[in-house]
Ligand binder design. Sequence first.
Ligand code: SAH
Ligand code: SF4
Length: 344
Amino acid sequence: MSEPVHALDLSHEEWIDVSTKRWGLPKYRADQLCQWIYDKKVFNVHEMTNLSKDLREKLVYDLMILPPIPVTEETSKDGTRKFLWQLYDGERIESVLLTHGNHTTACLSSQVGCPLNCSFCATGQSGFRRDLTAGEITGQLLAMEKRLGANIGNVVFMGMGEPFLNTRAVFKAISILNSPKMRNLGARHITISTSGIVPGILDLAEFPLPVRLSVSLHAPNDALRSKIMPVNRKYPLGPLVNALRTYQQKTGERITLEYVMIQKVNDETELAYEMAALLSGLGVYVNLIPYNPVKDVYQRSTPERIKAFAAVLTQLGIENEIRREKGTDINAACGQLRRRESAN
Ligand code: SAH
Ligand code: SF4
């Protein structure tokens, strides 16, 4: 007998194919199955009550619905919830649920660990294990929505891993979440955050869905950026900014830039001037993020230094916002929980 079907990895076309050809069912059964999984968050075939008993018994052996299994869940004082999940092969990944008013955002992982080794990032420090499948990506959202008992409005790829080193699975996951017969989540509610992988940015420029782009800049010149983000040696700022221009020309979308404020590493006001020059002509929005300490070598910039940096950007016409750190008391910076658990 062939391998069972992994439900969460199927696109809508694949659902129809499997339902009609493999199981000999009418097309509408595919939509019913998707409705149970993506709408009602029912992952147990026995609970799918509009399917006949015979069909349920058949599907139990041929359809695996494997959302990640919760290992720990923590809630911070500000309401941020952090989940550590276990995958079918025992690997662990994290997701974070952020709440602002009645706005909810799920922060999803795209890889187990990350090979890019940014010097300030806990995920980077714990090494790379493997890529996630499309179903392991969407499964994080579904499992959180099941816990919450409600749908989550926004998705950001800011958990563990570099989405553009796993572009195929990430794009497939986005198409699945976006499909009207599946999760029906608007593409404009989805943001990919990248450390600056140029081919991925160019692929996104061609992607048919209007997904938002966020780029982790963290330094406005190659010398400093290569020091804290080794990926900059492969994709330096010149080609990166060119790719951003191409993305903006093709999509007309504003680009968000993330800038983690690390005390006396990248927070001198001179660097704000350099950043404004680098970004001239691009429509950007800069998020200044107080560093979430994960290593003793770095500290968070003082509020005064962050304000001074922000003031220069504002003066030079670069729209920006100082982000309030979220979930610091539960180690909500990406990669921190997995690292702590594996150290125990
Ligand atoms: N690999 C992608 C997406 C995951 S990281 C990327 O780098 O963009 C998501 C964001 O968290 C990035 O902007 C990253 O720089 C930031 N980040 C990593 N470690 C952090 C820390 N300790 N404090 C604050 N932000 C951090
Ligand atoms: Fe990877 Fe992003 Fe962490 Fe850098 S910041 S190590 S790219 S997850």
